[in-house]
Design a protein around this ligand. Sequence first.
Ligand code: DGP
Length: 113
Amino acid sequence: MADCIFCKIAAKETQARVIREDDDLVAFYDLNPQAPTHVLIVPKKHIPSLSGACRQDIELLGKLQYAAREIASELGIAEAFRLVLNNGRKAGQSVDHIHYHLMGGRRLMWPPG
Ligand code: DGP
């Protein structure tokens, strides 16, 4: 998608602090971190939201989650982290390209705001 910021990061048209990339996904530090460790895990395929995903995306969605688990280990937060997916404006989604937030490095309260 031409005007999607996460597509631009995946295509290297916009800079980001990328920590992982493969054929399917890219992971990079969030511009506006909400925890000492805050990484976004994003598929290269443009999927607007989880509600916009289809059955063909099931394997890709699993890859995103497994990448989160591996990145959490690599970044030393495997013992306690949170994986968040905001779906829809009222749930806090501001970028219309599906992404997981991987957060850790501090005590994470529940329920979230
Ligand atoms: P959400 O509100 O769930 O859609 O999360 C979007 C996140 O994306 C938000 O935490 C800030 C982050 N973000 C937005 N634009 C950029 C960008 O250009 N670079 C990086 N690294 N993060 C961005």
